[in-house]
Design a protein around this ligand. Structure first.
Ligand code: CXF
Ligand code: ZN
Length: 368
């Protein structure tokens, strides 16, 4: 079928909006008419080849839409179902066998290689190969092929255009707090980096009943938003030393810290604010090859831990409906982070995101 899509043809230049050919769904695949797709920082990283993805390629991995057709063997969803598309996984490695799909041994091939597991791509342009299947979807497009393993059914009475970011950025921050760190009521937490991931962590910390939620950033507007969304304290790292400020607020330090910045110097601070037995979760991707130096006495003596967290350790079939429900109750107002753009303005959405003008752009397809 003919579709339209945003194609990344070279690094550091805008996407080109093109008419492409999309194959029919194969066994286990689902054809989704895309309603809207969130723009994640990782899309920009892929476009600019900091994470080398073969080009030309259709990116987009926070897709929301309506199932149009299903391939042979698909039982999880049916035409007409409302869905979001999340990360993909293999289903047969040791992590997938343990239901820890965010640590799938094939996470990179399944999400970043720009092809199906058999090497084929469902996308082409007048015979030219266009890479697809990014995060098992490539949803910067009017239509996308996804898989039973990465499709999540969502309620029909929820605002579908809003839901895409739950499938990556928002579940990354919320899942870090709710699943990976499993922050208990009354515990203290510091979150570094108030982008959409960090703000989702702040909102989730309020949901789970953390007693102290300290938001750290260098942008006053974002810190003010963090305070509205649940931060009990805000620290501007430009105005004061973040470690000194968090220690002054807590005495011994925090039980949990989350880095959503990906900046090694900030991650260093994120570790140093831990109380004895505290855990730091690193959720923000750093430049490839970036390293961190740890004060080993500080780590060992207090039994402190530092761990990486991918996609919030989420089981998306469980967490995404839960977040939709919390949103409905007014307890997880992630709509406050979102700015809508027409799909035709996707390059403006990317530029505004890079310039920090918006937190979480969503590009909407024209009404069907
Ligand atoms: C990614 C970031 C890079 C590591 C794997 C998960 N998250 C999606 O945007
Ligand atoms: Zn993402």
């Amino acid at each position: 079928m003919k579709i339209h899509a945003a194609v990344a043809r070279a690094p550091n230049i805008p996407f080109s909006l093109e008419r492409l050919d999309l194959e029919e769904p194969r066994e286990g695949e689902i054809l989704v008419r895309v309603v809207a797709t969130g723009v994640c920082h990782t899309d920009i990283v892929m476009r600019d080849q900091h994470l080398p993805v073969p080009q030309p390629v259709v990116l987009g991995h926070e897709g929301a839409g309506i199932v149009e057709r299903v391939g042979p063997g698909v039982a999880k969803v049916a035409p007409g179902d409302h869905v979001v598309m999340t990360f993909n996984s293999c289903g047969h490695c040791p992590s997938c066998n343990d239901h820890e799909e965010t640590y799938c041994h094939e996470f990179f091939p399944r999400n970043f290689f720009g092809a199906r597991a058999d090497g084929s791509s469902g996308l082409s342009c007048q015979g030219e190969r266009i890479h697809g299947n990014i995060f098992g979807q490539s949803s910067f497009a009017s239509h996308a092929l996804c898989h039973e393993r990465n499709v999540v059914k969502v309620p029909k009475d929820a605002d579908l255009a809003l839901l895409g970011p739950l499938a990556c950025g928002i579940q990354t921050g919320a899942g870090a707090v709710m699943n990976a760190l499993a922050v208990e009521p009354g515990k203290t937490l510091a979150v570094f980096g108030m982008g959409s991931v960090g703000l989702a962590a702040v909102m989730a910390a309020r949901v789970v009943g953390a007693s102290r939620i300290i938001a750290v950033d260098v942008n006053e507007t974002r810190l003010a938003l963090a305070a509205e969304l649940g931060a009990t304290d805000i620290v501007n790292g430009k105005v004061s030393d973040a470690v000194t400020a968090v220690m002054a607020l807590t005495g011994a330090g925090v039980d949990y810290s989350v880095d959503a910045s990906g900046v090694p110097a900030v991650i260093d601070q994120c570790v140093r604010v831990l109380a004895p037995r505290g855990t730091c979760g690193i959720v923000g991707a750093s430049p490839q090859g970036a390293t961190l130096t740890l004060d080993l006495t500080h780590i060992l003596s207090g039994g402190r831990r530092v761990r990486g967290i991918v996609e919030g350790d989420s089981n998306p079939d469980v967490l995404i409906p839960l977040l939709i429900d919390l949103h409905r109750q007014g307890r997880f107002p992630f709509d406050r982070l979102v700015s809508f753009y027409d799909f035709a303005d996707i390059n403006q959405a990317v530029e505004d995101s890079e310039r920090g003008i918006v937190l979480k752009p969503i590009v909407r397809q024209p009404a069907a």
